[in-house]
Design a protein around this ligand. Structure first.
Ligand code: ADP
Length: 538
């Protein structure tokens, strides 16, 4: 067989050649814009020619701090198709972390949205490698800023070459992107994505038993483009000629519902908090969501109750998936097998709430105390993963050896695997609660809590305990209409029939909000800090 390289140039050139009429709908602070792939490709070429003018060399890193919109999409291709490396930066990280990762990646240029200017102004003197800031704005004039030098994205494009050739001779294993994991401890860790890894991963997104993204879809990546490349959805969509809807800055559940309705979105991707928010909007307003064939949900566990509400109340099929920054991210998708469709309702939803079956091309192992665990859905062990879109080290980081060993990625996720091969995340190793020598899964209790009609969201954390080492406490946010109406006793009474007595939380704490990471996951570390004085130091 021919050994032709898998490089990103093929993706954008395919859209340009075969899907020039297909559209990208992009929401910015200036409104909603529609571009064809012919226009996006031309603008991408213009941006690429500018990178050459800046003297960007193969392998140089260029950072983006931007929402999901068409300019960010153009950067997604212009940078790797010139041989450079796209570094998507999570703009919700602390200034210290942003400064750390820009310096660690040695970004030469930053492409930024106007609203991140204050964040960068605060750290600009620490950024040792940045030679310029390109501001992506709809406005004709650049905003006042102390950042320097600054460039106007659209003006650069206007001066750029619309026929600029993309690089054709890259090694498929060359880096195309880099993304830092939002650290739960210590500094963020960089994960490098190769051209080959990105293309193989995009193919996996297109498989019928995976997310099945195709030309016929209208894809709405709500998951930020700075979070694991919006789960690879932009790469797959452009390659397959899929119409894309990019929701832009400061979107609300209402804006999402409107975009779904007007653009007839068929597949939308985001973390559970996004979908909880959308459910609230659907309950309050009237929106036509009948175009959706899949709500793709990952990043943290999708509660069974939420999956059920989407499917049964709104007729919206739900697709639960699992991945990590280190895994590009797709590893598991939870689609019942053909002969499992007839399972009794509760069992079927138990299955859909699992993280799912491993993707083709990826291998897994689950290691317990005595080697590989039995596939009985009960025995727990750590999940190990390997495959062509799984990282094999962190970027210039001496912590790599803790996570990448003997050719496997050690995920730090504790899982079970059932006889059908479906994997269920029990917890992250650091979030498991160890009470009297036995493990309690915070995820299981959270899932049960979120099925309570009065509960909007819930997180369960461990607090130290003299006798039992650790005990669970439940942190609960009530829905507006239930505030003051639901007591600790009600909630514990609700949980009691579902769990062994020693699994029940020692206390229920009512909060206005659960602290979240920049990408909308529960930030249990912050929750522990918040409750520290009450429990941990007592
Ligand atoms: P971080 O959360 O540290 O920013 P990632 O975004 O890479 O890093 O998240 C990866 C982790 O998210 C996984 O190791 C796992 O713990 C969790 N995760 C991802 N998808 C799911 C899911 N569907 N269910 C439960 N946990 C998930």
């Amino acid at each position: 067989m021919m050994d032709t390289p898998l490089i990103m140039t093929q993706i954008i050139e395919r859209a340009e050649k075969y899907f020039p009429k297909k559209e990208v709908v992009s929401r910015t602070d200036g409104g909603i814009h529609t571009f064809t792939y012919a226009e996006i490709a031309e603008r991408t070429r213009r941006l690429t020619s500018n990178l050459e003018k800046f003297g960007i060399q193969t392998g140089d890193r260029i950072g983006t701090l931007a929402w999901n919109h068409h300019r960010h999409l153009e950067a997604y291709f212009a940078i790797p198709c010139q041989g450079a490396v796209l570094h998507t930066i999570n703009m919700r990280l602390s200034p210290q972390h942003v400064s750390y990762i820009v310096n660690s990646a040695e970004d030469r240029l930053l492409l930024i949205d106007p609203d991140v200017i204050p964040l960068l102004e605060a750290i600009k003197d620490e950024l040792t490698t940045v030679e310029g800031y390109i501001i992506m704005t709809d406005k004709d004039e650049l905003p006042e800023t102390t950042l320097s030098p600054i460039y106007h994205y659209e003006k650069l494009l206007a001066e750029g070459n619309p026929k600029q050739p993309f690089i054709q001779t890259l090694d498929e294993n060359a880096p195309a992107g880099i993304c830092y994991t939002s650290a739960t401890t210590g500094n963020p860790k960089g994960v490098v994505y190769s051209h080959r890894g990105i293309l193989l991963h995009a193919i996996a997104l297109g498989l019928a038993d995976s997310t099945a993204i195709s030309e016929r879809d209208v894809a709405l990546p709500v998951v930020p483009m700075f979070h694991v490349n919006a789960w690879g959805m932009p790469f797959a969509s452009v390659w397959f000629g899929t119409k894309m809807v990019l929701p832009g800055p400061y979107f609300t559940p209402k804006i999402l519902a409107e975009l779904i309705e007007t653009e007839k979105v068929t597949i939308a991707a985001g973390v559970p908090t996004i979908w909880l928010g959308l459910l609230k909007e659907l309950e309050e307003g009237s929106h036509d969501t009948s175009s959706i064939r899949a709500v793709l949900c990952g990043g943290s566990a999708a509660p069974k109750s939420m999956i059920k509400t989407f499917e049964q109340k709104y007729g919206i099929p739900f697709l639960h998936a699992y991945g990590m920054t280190e895994t590009s991210p797709l590893v598991f998708v939870s689609k019942p097998k053909s002969y499992q469709e007839d399972l009794p309702e509760e069992e079927l939803y138990e299955l859909k709430a699992k993280q799912g079956l491993v993707s083709p091309m990826i291998e897994i192992k689950v290691i317990g105390q005595d080697g590989e665990v039995k596939p009985d859905g009960k025995e727990m062990g750590e999940l190990l993963i390997r495959g062509p879109w799984i990282a094999n080290e962190y970027f210039k980081d001496d912590r790599s050896g803790d996570t990448f060993k003997d050719g496997w990625l050690y995920t730090g996720d504790v899982v079970t695997i059932d006889e059908e091969g479906f994997v269920k995340i029990v917890d992250r190793t650091k979030d498991l609660i160890k009470s009297g020598g036995e493990w309690i899964s915070s995820v299981d209790i959270e899932n049960a809590l979120m099925a309570h009609e009065g509960i909007f969201e819930a997180a369960v954390i461990a607090v130290p305990h003299e006798k039992w080492q650790e005990r669970p406490i439940a942190c609960v946010v009530l829905k507006e209409a239930y505030k003051g109406q639901v007591s600790q006793e009600d909630i514990l009474g609700f949980l009691k029939p579902q769990f062994a007595k020693w699994w029940l939380p020692d206390e229920v704490v009512f909060l206005d909000e659960i602290p979240k990471t920049g990408v909308g996951k529960f930030l249990k570390r912050a929750l522990r800090n918040q409750l520290q004085d009450k429990y941990i130091n007592k």
